[in-house]
Unconditional design. Sequence first.
Length: 206
Amino acid sequence: MSTAPVLRPVAQGSTVRHVASAWLPTRHGDFRIQGFVDEEGQEYAVLTRGDVADAEDVPVRLHSECFTGDVMGSLRCDCQDQLEVSLRFIGRSERGVILYMPHEGRGIGLLNKIRAYALQERGLDTVEANLALGFDNDLRTWEAAAAILRILQVRSVRLLTNNPDKIEALTGLGIRVTGRIPLRMKPTRYNRRYLDTKRDKCGHLL
């Protein structure tokens, strides 16, 4: 089993700078896509809709990248479903933000995520698999997300999330969170144990 160290997805105290912006029409509505980079060279894609500067109660989704779910349509998780629902919700809203965070496998990276899948096929749940590989359950940090929201001059947010840790993290980083918008997905036979583990071991509000 690999116990190789993994770079944290975002450095503590990370500084972020804006790089580029362009119009992005999507099946869910028109957005601006904006690119940011931190001092370690990590890249962040952000979709904004409407004028979010100085706005209150802006719907915001912090979405951790998931190659298997978002791109390949994996049924082992609900990541693509949550992203699609968030895009539809914000696409119908006056304004909103989606931050696409480089947090594959809750921060352990794609190859280690595939290793974790293999352990899950032997009976471990997602938390147990990460621990067996020598990682904490969740390596994600949110300094870059907070920095980007400050650059965008968002005054307060309503998070599209089931994860109370995100609310606590952003609040601790000085972002005012005024509400939560639940993302409820119907379980399938492929992801029911995954969702149960998120609820029972990670505290997700499912």
